[in-house]
Design a protein around this ligand. Sequence first.
Ligand code: SDX
Length: 431
Amino acid sequence: MAEPTKTATLTIDDQSYELPIYSPTAGPDVIDIRKLYGQAGVFTYDPGFTSTAACDSTITYIDGFKGELLHRGYPIDQLAGKSHYLEVCYLLLYGNLPSASELEEFETTITHHTMIHEQMHNFFRGFRRDAHPMATMVGVVGAMSAFYHDSTDINNPREREIASHRLIAKMPTIAAMAYKYSIGQPFVYPRNDLDYAANFLHMCFAVPAEEYVVDPILARAMDRIFTLHADHEQNASTSTVRLASSSGANPFACIAAGIACLWGPAHGGANQACLEMLKEIGRPENIPEYIARAKDKNDSFRLMGFGHRVYKNFDPRATVMKQSADEVLDLMGVENNPILATAKALEEAALADPYFAEKKLFPNVDFYSGIILEAMGFPTSMFTPIFALSRTVGWISQWKEQLADPHMKIGRPRQLYQGNTARDYTDIENR
Ligand code: SDX
């Protein structure tokens, strides 16, 4: 970690405390409060961590005001336009874009880890057919700890790398199996002659009764969705993975924890919630009623797919996603899709409304991703599993980075206690 660049002075009851300030390569300075409790006997208070840097990282940087997202310094729009998901995985994991031979070796490795242990198929059969695929994914990924004992030692760099490759490689297989199980169709095995995105589409939509040829436009759009969701600084699910990892938990358990957190509608579950909201709105004429509800403090309704903790400008991923939506809908002959018409009318109405402008509520990555996935033929229940599949490389890269940090300690936040002070037990006959 670099040396402090400045000092902050905190004065409490005419006692002053000097706190070092560190300057990043991009973004706000940070005040180091690690010794504050020891020196001043006080905690800082920041529920939701709106002003707290929980770690130092070199992986992803977001400028919420500019609407900028960089992975190892490369802008997301360039990566989405010029790269592909497995190359972005290499970049996130190892820090730089691969040479041609490095990329070929990495892709070959991932391709040859895509099958899961045959006995794991039994885990799917323990679920009801109508289980949400996210419930299945949390369960099956957690169960990987019981099958891949040779890649659970977090202190062994080689085992950490094998676990990373296994998780990136097997997540599409597990997600596709969760989907097939939910619709009562047989599992489709991965194929080594297909690239990562095409393989996922094939495992989801192929049936034994006939050949399924993956449309390259859909495969490209799928790959782009994976890339746009790959990593995003210290979001809720990534912070969950880091906190789980800080206790020394094995990588599969940590990723299962990340999947569980991502499931929430305020986070990765928003793409499913957004599409269900658009279907509920039904058609553009109903939009004013829903805009009014979103602005009503007494109504818990929020516009799913709008707003973001960090972006106070357009989410750059939504901009790229919107371009993909048009391509996929044209291909699927659904350019007149009533849901897309409602989505576009909602976006225009919200962006023209002072409430959303004042609160800087813009469409986020989830706003258009659901429309593309629905046009591809996925049910809404598969939207968040696809987000989880995509984000696995981000979770793993952040997990790897934290394990390599010599200063890493178990995460243990404190609290502002507002409960009862000590009091004696009262026997029940005296209550
Ligand atoms: C993701 O962190 C990440 O990086 C996440 C993510 C990633 O890649 O990992 O980007 C993925 O989770 C994207 C966000 C997906 N969630 C949604 O689309 C759900 C709808 N959005 C909201 O729930 C909300 O915007 C959050 C949760 C995303 C952000 O919440 P914040 O930053 O805590 O904002 P807030 O709840 O404090 O809201 C600020 C104000 C509030 O009004 P006031 O109390 O100030 O009067 O804006 C209002 C909110 O009521 N507001 C909304 C709104 N989002 C916030 N009003 C209507 N509709 C919305 N969507």
